[in-house]
Design a protein around this ligand. Sequence first.
Ligand code: ZN
Length: 280
Amino acid sequence: MESKTATPKEILQNVNTPSYWFIFKGNKMLVREVGHELMVPMISDPKELNIKPTRVHSLGILHGRQCYGIDVSESFSAPVGFSFQGLWFLYDYLDDELFNMAIKAKQVVIWDRTSAFCGRCGAKTKDRERERAKECPHCGFIMFPRISPAIIVLVEKEDKILLARAVRFKENIYSVLAGFVEPGETLEEAVEREVEEEVGIKVKNIEYFGSQPWPFPDSLMIAFVAKYKSGKININKDEIVDAKWFSHDKLPNIPGNISIARKMIDWFIEKQNRNRKINK
Ligand SMILES: [Zn+2]
């Protein structure tokens, strides 16, 4: 078994070499400040940071070291030389593997925090022995970590792509369309529905692109590329401020490197640059 939750005693008696500790307070993670760098704390025991965890989540092994996730209370203050930071901010400081482990840690720690009681009868839940899940000793209800699938889609029309500025975007950024999958829907149906709901057009040739866990708070983004089929852009003003077709050399402000949205847009830019070279 790759990972599970155990009592601190069980885990700590097995920790004797420094391990990575992903320590969360609210939505933020504790990092060590070394010069201009920010690092995941590597310690043998959280006591070194004056933390006595009540729950420890074993997350697996990275760079030859064990990884653990814990939650601390709002009253805990970061020790000198440490600070709590949001994962968005830490993307620029952690390598990809550590960042992905931080995403996993955050989803597990927050799920643990929010599933202490049975969703059906309200009794206190217990950890399942052989998998990361909780069971209600009173009614038998089983709760797995919550993951909410969302589709994200890059729509192509000849040599242009559809980018939109969503109402929820804080800055003047344009991105591909995205939305949560509804009960009973296939991923392809979710793609068709979201595009039609948000900008009023129909798409075809929906193809899988890739996926990305997105812990804000518990999404899994499933990315697709689709081709324009029919209709004119007619934005849903509740969700979208503006949407247009853009060519690869006249793009607006697009999302940062962290997101799969950016990977899709970069993929499109590269494809257009290749086509241009071939056509020269
Ligand atoms: Zn119950």
